[in-house]
Design a protein. Structure first.
Length: 605
């Protein structure tokens, strides 16, 4: 077996895993494939990989070990994958780890299948007492914390050992206008962490509000997208003094809001907006403020321009258009019930694979699943998959499962509806068509607990495991919200091979976060100065009228004057008095040192 090397941590981990197959007593069977060796005209570099593992290996390592990947994923896994049920890596290895893994052995499989239906899973309750939870996300910094969104305007942290911190991570309930009645979708809508959050501390939230300057007009509320920065002193709290508004969209109605924020593997921020039940007549009344409704927007927040919080990707479909806003990536959505991006698998045309649940029209609960593609108009495009009527309730989008715990769920799109009907979509590698299957949840007698209540949404943790958000009441003021984890009963605990070390959340340590005291840092680390400040890291104050007579500008438009001078520019002379000579000498020394330190700081920077 040839030795491959890479600097990528995840790829190195998989390569190290695969090495153990070479020393296995089953190595001859794993590495021997006459058909493969004949096709490649050489000895195999890899063992026969289980098909789902082969796909994960391909997408994790293809950019880091290019000499190994000379074909697309289908061809690669046709050579190295195994789908005939024979011996393959790593499943043979897991079955040998009797003590370190709880992956069920063959003799237990028949018994567990009698207890659970073939496609049944368990919902394990992990936390309760929440007020209308609408989302669970992670920040990707290795801490394995879960961030729980409550509609009223709070974000709470659930640590990796399932402890809820007492202080909220983010509290903007005074800004958020939330609805109390069923069907009213207003409130805190979404949270997305920047892909480089561990270094820049940037996060993005969307919520509904109706502040004073927007009170005049036909709209009901404003949907606002805002950037925040985590506190420099506490990694478990957001600095609420750091908001930067990306955009505001006026909306007429309290349904079909959308508002989800989603970063793709390309690092671009996608914003999904519903149609807000708006008609063409409504749009004329809104005077152009609703141009974004029913659209997927795509923007680049990694801009060094201090005057605008984002730039437009040049390959957006309407980048040079005079008729459509350049932010629009696709349009024609009605009521997007959360969207998911596959972090490992691209679509057949090389673009991101983004799936969304939606309704077919403005006044219907008939569901559909869309694959979001650049420039598409889903008012006229056929759906990727039609769900039909869901008994009077709208579909709720979930996630594409990329966890380790359930191999049979791997790569499936998990979603449902508000009544608690769960489904999955699966697409075999050799088939371009998605297949729908019901996802069965076991009873309390077979699983130890059962899911009860209305489905509010789905969540995902840092390891790719999926969570379900439920409330037994529709009133936001009552604490009836619960979070369940989707668990494969054939693998009820976390096996050793699925565990990852937990890292402590770190304080921001970039040069910009340390030094930029009179401005804000962009996601790329540029310090943008507040009004009245200038220079590298905004450490030098500006005085529009220069200080005179040896005075120094110490604050915006404020001079520190030598003894005997006063006024905004230190231009007014005053008579000295006895004893002032010594004071004047000390003050001159202070001013000289201040000037020296400012010059030295500028030089060092």
């Amino acid at each position: 077996m040839r030795t491959f090397s890479t600097n990528n941590t995840e790829c190195s981990r998989l390569l190290e895993e695969i090495k153990c197959a070479h020393c296995s007593p089953n190595a001859q069977m794993l590495f021997h494939s006459p058909k493969l060796e004949k096709a490649l005209h050489r000895e195999q570099d890899l063992p026969r990989l289980c098909h789902d593992y082969c796909q994960e290996f391909y997408y994790t390592c293809r950019g880091h070990v290019p000499e190994l990947f000379q074909a697309d994923v289908d061809e690669f896994c046709q050579y190295y994958g195994r789908m005939d049920g024979g011996l393959c890596f790593p499943d043979f290895h897991r079955k040998q780890l009797r003590r370190d893994s709880n992956y069920l052995l063959d003799e237990k499989t028949e018994a567990i299948n009698r207890k659970h239906k073939h496609n049944c899973y368990c919902a394990q309750e992990i936390h309760s007492g929440l007020q209308q939870p609408v989302g669970v996300v992670h920040c990707g910094d290795g801490s394995q914390r879960l961030f729980i969104l409550e509609r009223e305007g709070f974000v709470w942290i659930l640590t990796h050992d399932m402890e809820l911190l007492k202080e909220p991570f983010l509290d903007i309930h005074k800004l958020v206008q939330s609805g109390l009645k069923g069907g009213d979708e207003r409130g805190l809508l979404s949270l997305a962490f920047h892909p480089n959050y561990k270094k820049n501390g940037k996060l993005y939230v969307s919520y509904t509000t109706n502040q004073e300057r927007w009170t005049i007009g036909p709209h009901d509320h404003i949907l606002r997208v805002v950037e925040y920065t985590v506190s420099r002193k506490n990694p478990n709290q957001v600095d609420t003094r750091t908001p930067r508004v990306l955009m505001e969209v006026a909306e007429l109605h309290r349904k079909h809001l959308g508002g989800q924020l989603l970063f793709g593997p390309d690092g671009l921020l996608h914003i999904f907006l519903g149609d807000g039940m708006i008609t063409l007549d409504n749009m004329e009344e809104m005077d152009g403020l609703s141009d974004f409704t029913g659209s997927v927007l795509r923007v680049d927040v990694d801009t060094e321009c201090c005057s605008t919080p984002y730039s437009i990707p040049r390959n957006n479909p309407y980048f040079n258009s005079t008729n459509q806003p350049p932010e629009i990536f696709a349009h024609g959505l009605h009521d997007p019930g959360r969207c998911a991006v596959d972090k490992l698998r691209m679509d057949t045309n090389g673009s991101l694979l983004i799936l969304c649940t939606d309704t077919v029209g403005k006044n219907t609960t008939t569901g559909r699943i869309l694959q979001v593609i650049k420039g598409k108009d889903y008012e006229n495009e056929p759906s990727m998959f039609d769900l039909g009527s869901s008994g009077g309730t709208t579909p709720v989008g979930g996630f594409i499962y990329r966890g380790c715990q359930s191999r049979r769920l791997y790569g499936s799109y998990v979603f449902g509806d508000k009544n608690g009907n769960f489904r999955i979509l699966q697409r075999p590698l050799e088939d371009r068509l998605w297949q729908e299957k019901p996802l069965c949840l076991g009873t309390s007698s077979s699983c130890g607990s059962s899911l009860v209540g209305h489905i509010l949404g789905f969540g995902e943790d840092e390891l790719g495991e999926v969570y379900i958000l439920v409330s037994s009441k529709s009133t936001a003021k009552q604490s009836h919200g619960k979070i369940y984890k989707l668990v494969d009963p054939k693998r009820p605990q976390v096996p050793k091979e699925c565990r990852r070390p937990v890292e402590d959340p770190e304080m921001l340590s970039t040069a910009c976060s340390r030094e930029c005291k009179n401005g804000h840092c962009t996601p790329t680390g540029k310090c943008c100065c507040n009004a009245g400040w200038e220079g590298p890291f905004c450490l030098r104050a500006k005085c529009e009228l220069a200080c005179r007579n040896g005075g120094v500008c110490v604050e915006p438009n404020k001079c520190l004057c030598k003894e005997g001078f006063s006024g905004n520019q230190c231009s007014k002379g005053e008579r000295g008095t006895k004893g002032d000579g010594e004071k004047d000498s000390i003050l001159e020394h202070i001013i000289d040192m201040t000037t020296y330190l400012l010059d030295l700081t500028s030089y060092i920077v």
